[in-house]
Design a protein around this ligand. Structure first.
Ligand SMILES: Nc1ncnc2c1ncn2[C@@H]1O[C@H](COP(=O)(O)OP(=O)(O)O)[C@@H](O)[C@H]1O
Ligand SMILES: O=C(CO)[C@H](O)[C@H](O)COP(=O)(O)O
Length: 566
């Protein structure tokens, strides 16, 4: 049999990345990136003057289709692989990235009647404007002693499906009415490729409070939350939930024409970006935490039993690897914090100096920050520039930098921000490790490990653990391709289980990043300080961050420059 291939499509925050992968050894034969033409929509609706409020983050559904149309032909052409030999396709996506669709499966934002209402658009994972709804949901679930809350670390996040839907219902009841269903973008894109809409168990489990045995929370619970939501799971969230690797269908004639794939090529049901990365780095057993490090960090871990850990995003049976419990936690901003600093925090002289050295600003600051030893900057930061996902689960928290003096230099702040994100990861590692879900080693994948060596060393030092690094440019896409090959099945040259696919295709570098004992010692001290600040500002002793956000919101309302529904 000739070598067989699969395609993986990784839908990130800013772009979609497509890889064509050999099933013989996981080699990425070709890859192509399509930046989303509309990017992250967080100021105003495209082509209008309609302003969005703070914490809003939307996307354009057509951008996702553009990725398929641009990047799939590009990898087929550059690899010269015969489409006959491309036996399957899988995708992974940011999540919960959701949208309302009509009876024909079309996004409401495509309709002239609804397109000027921001609630008809895709709400990106980092849309945080539903925090109020998440808070109410958590209070109600706690009062009623809802069992499901334990599976989500004690709190449901505003980033997830129910809070987002409830925000739509509250602020735009007509959009809620008009929506035939609310779906994850990952499931919607698959429906556009195959003509079949199926809900995958990964996003349903982690983002929509679905459980393999118990299903969704009870009607009673939704009735208590808001009587208008009572039937939601039979109506707007209806539909089969199927496990990862299930074949959703074959590529339609229309999509075959637009992508260059053969009609009928098997397509797997959708998956989540970080979760797809786990088998791609060869992790199929407990004790190994995978960090998908990019705009944000998602932390994924496997276990033999269901344990409850404070502030985790969730534990889902079969949620990552069938047969095991999959645990997820995360930090809502990591690369995004460095991007913010580089875009808004540095003086022009730094840009100029970086340019002169032929480096981008990140590379320049990394190089200069590498000259400092742990503790030498005298700085400490809280990494909550986009709220705290784990373990506090509170998007209303914000950033903090302490220790600045007239001598403080930009590279020192850059280093302190990296350290803060490493301390945030250490909180998550400790939460699992001390609650019966051991974390023995770390695996790093995503964009950051490829871009910043200092960052990886700091993470190894702060967590005092060895880090293994993915040997793949597009790890989630490689994982998605594995699931595409599972959808195709063994008889067509694919696989019958993800463990078999991982054994053959996973890619990890030989070289590891080891903690440096002298650094570990100093970071242990700094971590104690971080923990004090973390608990003081994050657990209610001092609510200054929330009061400041409330003041900012009232000021904005006064100026009339926040999107407010009538
Ligand atoms: N040299 C660098 N060091 C640290 N962060 C970087 C560097 N270059 C880019 N970044 C950050 O990487 C993030 C993008 O990560 P990537 O994994 O490529 O994308 P995504 O999060 O969309 O999957 C951006 O937030 C950017 O600020
Ligand atoms: O929550 C998620 C997965 O569960 C998001 O997809 C993730 O945080 C966004 O990923 P990235 O930083 O790679 O764009």
């Amino acid at each position: 049999m000739s070598t067989k291939y699969a395609i993986g499509v990784d839908y990130g925050t800013e772009s979609g990345r497509v890889v064509l992968v050999s099933l013989a050894n996981g080699e990425e034969v070709a890859d192509h990136v399509t930046p989303y033409p509309h990017g992250v929509i967080d100021e105003r609706l495209p082509g209008t003057t309609i302003e969005l409020g703070h914490e809003w983050a939307l996307q354009h559904p057509n951008d996702y289709i553009e990725v398929l149309e641009q990047s799939i032909p590009a990898v087929i052409n550059s690899s010269r692989v015969d489409p006959e030999d491309i036996i399957g396709l899988g995708i992974d996506f940011t999540a919960c990235t959701m949208l309302p669709i009509d009876e024909n499966g079309l996004p409401l934002s495509f309709s002239d009647s609804w397109k000027n209402d921001p609630h008809s658009w895709v709400k990106l994972w980092k849309h945080h404007a539903a925090q109020d709804k998440a808070n109410q949901l958590n209070v109600m679930a706690e009062q009623r002693g809802e069992e499901f809350l334990n599976r989500y670390g004690g709190k449901i996040s505003s980033e997830w499906m129910i809070a987002k839907i409830w925000q739509i219902l509250d602020e735009a009841p007509e959009i809620y009415q008009a929506a035939d269903q609310f779906v994850e973008a990952t499931d919607w894109v698959i429906s556009q490729m195959t003509g079949t809409l199926l809900r995958n168990s990964c996003t349903a489990g982690y983002k929509s409070i679905w459980h393999k045995q118990e299903g969704y929370p009870s009607k009673d619970f939704f009735q208590a939350l808001d009587p208008r939501l009572a039937d939601i799971t039979d109506t707007k969230l209806r539909g089969d939930v199927v496990s990862l690797g299930t074949k959703a269908g074959g590529v339609t004639k229309e999509m075959a024409k637009r992508t260059g794939l053969l009609e009928g090529t098997p397509v797997a049901v959708g998956n989540v970006d970080a979760h797809a990365a786990v088998p791609a780095v060869g992790v199929t057993s407990p004790g190994k935490m995978v960090m998908a490090m990019g705009t944000s960090i998602c932390h994924l871990l496997l276990g033999d039993e269901e344990k409850h850990v404070e502030g985790m995003c969730g534990v889902v049976e079969d949620g990552i690897i069938p047969g095991l419990y999959g645990y997820e936690a995360g930090q809502s901003a990591v690369g995004d914090i460095f991007a913010w600093y580089v875009d808004y925090g540095i003086p022009p002289s730094v840009k100029g100096a970086a340019h002169e050295r032929g480096l981008n600003v990140h590379q320049y600051l990394e190089e200069k920050a590498s000259n400092y030893r742990p503790g030498e900057t005298g700085l400490l930061a809280l990494d909550w520039w986009n709220g705290n996902r784990s373990v506090l689960v509170d998007t209303e928290l914000s950033g903090l930098l302490i220790g600045a003096t007239l001598q403080t230099r930009p590279e020192e702040i850059y280093r302190a921000l990296i350290e803060a994100t490493a301390f945030g990861t250490r909180k998550i590692v400790d939460a699992f490790h001390h609650n019966g879900v051991p974390v023995e080693e770390l695996y790093a994948c995503g964009g950051l490990p490829q871009k910043n060596k200092l960052l990886l060393q700091i993470y190894a030092d702060v967590t005092n653990r060895t880090i293994k690094v993915a040997d793949s440019k597009q790890t989630p896409a490689l994982g998605a391709a594995m699931f595409g090959a599972i959808a195709a099945g063994k008889e067509r040259g694919g696989f019958d289980h993800v463990v078999a696919a991982a054994e053959q295709m996973a890619r990890i570098k030989e070289e590891t990043v080891e903690p440096i004992p002298e650094h570990v010692e100093i970071y242990e001290e700094l971590y104690k300080e971080y923990s004090t600040l973390h608990d003081y500002f994050g657990r209610g002793d001092n609510q200054v961050m929330k009061r400041l956000k409330a003041l900012r919101n009232s000021a904005d309302m006064g100026k009339g420059n926040v999107y407010v529904k009538n």
